[in-house]
Design a protein around this ligand. Sequence first.
Ligand code: UDX
Length: 441
Amino acid sequence: MSTISVIGCGYLGAVHAAAMASLGHRVVGVDVDEAKIESLSAARAPFFEPGLEELLASAQSDDADAPAVLTFTTDIAAAAEATVHFVCVGTPQRRGEFAADLTYVDAAVESLLPVLKAGDLVVGKSTVPVGTAARLAELIRPTGAELAWNPEFLREGHAVEDTVTPDRLVYGVPEGAAGEQATAALDEVYAATLAAGTPRLVADYATAELVKTAANSFLATKISFINAMAELCEAAGADVTLLADAIGMDDRIGRKFLNAGLGFGGGCLPKDIRAFMARAGELGADQAVAFLREIDSINMRRRVRMVDLAREVVHGSFIGKHITILGAAFKPDSDDVRDSPALAVAGLISLQGGTVTVTDPQAIDNARRMFPDLGYEPDLDTALRDADAVLLLTEWPQYRQLEPEHAADLVRGRAIVDGRNVLDPVQWRAAGWTYRALGRP
Ligand code: UDX
């Protein structure tokens, strides 16, 4: 058993702390946000993530005889009893720039300095520009602690399973004996995961940092590639969903992440590819990732194309039209609205004079905070009532399963634009709907 502190209890940290406790370690989660700590201490997840509350509850059992394996606090001094300290704070995009904002990472490491002791291991999990680990290792050197970089690959909506049973573990460690000690400490932390057969790769800091950035760039590239093909399919009268099925059957290509539609959003892919371009520029290697600018442009064009299609189905103008938008979260099984393509489209339509009603099973509160001027309605049927057009922009199961006959009785105009290519065009057209999609004839 290891004694672990997790600095930063946002998305990454809260899941990591609960998952490490479930693997049998003693864990303290530390965050400056009192409301978050209060919520986590009561086994309430401050955001929607399937499975997280169960994990929090089982690790914070009320049994007075059993020592708590998972606690949360705002007091960094509580990290002093831990020997492994995970840094799990966010690295958002800097305002007005492409580069990552490292303020929180730097503050987290600085707050740890007074509690670190010789033999401790600080483990960075945040997504950072290559070169950050080497700089932080210098900062903590006087304490006698060592640093490792162990990037996180979790997907929102699957965060618990991705943390407990990831595809792979990557350790970025220093050279020599310090690196061997860091590897041994991480092997102890992940003993159960390794025993279950998860492969682990041990690398230098820079490679470990780049693995994460490269993986996210590749995923973004796959999505924008198929969306570029969707643009061609629209021009040529072809069907991108069949095209994706057919090319995906080649296992060198693979079908995953070839779902064409409104493109990617969220707190990771968009900002990570931009931060990568910024860092590559600093390193004099901007040519190597110049293609990522195009990946970003293809992605942003999807939103404009969606608005154009929506305008077409309401006969050329949004003025006086009621548009119902299914989905506010950047993807299903999440209440995260950071860089949500659905909300970007909703905002553009509203700016062009449309009356917008957004519905979502989980993300309405977050959406309202970010875009207070849009209309919101949690009930799906009420949201559909009197719509001149319906746009499916986040593919929650309840929207995929929407019955065209049922929806037809509620709306004013039977027009639907399928922004995620998840509905059956034949079924919708048979029920009298005008069905349009991105990349399908
Ligand atoms: C991503 C990475 O998958 C994860 O490994 C990394 O740690 C963080 O970033 P996440 O942002 O949670 O995870 O979402 P993901 O499931 O990757 O989806 C990202 C976006 O791409 C969503 O907006 C989704 O709708 C979109 N997407 C995904 C597509 O448009 N098409 C696809 O085929 C797949």
